[in-house]
Design a protein around this ligand. Structure first.
Ligand code: HEM
Length: 235
């Protein structure tokens, strides 16, 4: 038991946890992005997709994904905070080499962008999942309410997204958060591969490109939804 505790607390294990949980979160982001882009195909496409997710395996699949996602988030955040605290404590003096200072600057900015993303994630859930902020845009009908009239209830996710992003302040907040996601990924991917030991010289140029490319893809892809709504392309 003690050996397990020691392994768990070791820097190497915590770095692996951070890298693997981070890559799983990237997988979620890419899946979520492809779902969001259905907004460009009209209300039926995205509403039926959202309905399909909620009813898969009689509604249990979404809960499995939610708990898995929550666990992954918690592991990612706790390992990041642990490693950054240890990094700070291990700093020998205020007068370091340029290289050491650059690496702590990068990891500190990762910690801050990560904490900002956590704030965004809570706001985002409160907005689209719980309907406790901007609740005026949240679909009013409920699956069991009289509005459903016995018919299969399909939530109007499309109208909720479109009416929310027609408000400039909400769109701007989302686009800024998506730029933050992109910047976070830009650095994260290379560090994750380094931690996982992918150091083969042949892959180095590819790995260096994957972070920025993925960062741009995710930031631009997610931002395209509020921007297209603001521009009146999606209405
Ligand atoms: C412009 C960007 C985004 C848009 C338009 C968007 C849209 C949505 C919508 C409409 C839902 C609710 C789906 C439903 O009710 O069926 C949702 C849920 C969610 N989104 Fe996003 N999203 C965006 C970015 C993100 C990002 C960057 C993250 C990760 C940090 C994220 C994480 C989540 C999570 C965890 C859920 C909850 C899933 C659940 O448990 O039901 N989203 N999003």
């Amino acid at each position: 038991m003690r050996a397990f505790g020691e392994i768990w607390e070791s820097n190497v294990f915590q770095k692996w946890l951070m890298a693997i949980s981070g890559l799983l979160l990237v997988g979620f982001l890419l899946g979520h992005l492809s779902g969001n882009l259905l907004v460009f195909m009209g209300p039926d496409a995205i509403n039926e997709y959202a309905h399909g997710l909620r009813t898969m395996l009689h509604g249990t699949a979404i809960w499995i994904v939610r708990f898995g996602l929550l666990g992954t988030f918690v592991l990612h955040i706790t390992s990041a905070m642990k490693l950054s605290r240890r990094n700070r404590e291990a700093r020998p003096s205020r007068y370091n080499t340029v290289e050491h200072r650059a690496s702590t600057l990068a990891s500190r900015s990762m910690l801050y962008s990560g904490l900002l993303l956590l704030t965004y994630a809570v706001y985002h859930l409160a907005h689209f999942t719980w309907g406790v902020v901007h609740s005026e845009f949240y679909p009013k009908a409920s699956p069991t309410g009289p509005e459903s009239n016995g018919a299969e209830y399909i939530p109007d996710v499309y109208s909720m997204v479109v009416s929310s992003f027609q408000v400039h302040a909400i769109s701007v907040a989302y686009v800024l958060a998506m730029i933050m996601v992109g910047l976070h990924l830009n650095h994260a991917i290379a560090s994750a591969f380094q931690t996982l030991g992918v150091r083969n010289q042949r892959f180095v140029p590819v790995i260096r490109m994957v972070g920025p490319l993925l960062g741009i893809l995710v930031a631009a892809g997610f931002s395209s939804v509020p921007l297209a709504i603001l521009a009146g392309i999606v209405k």
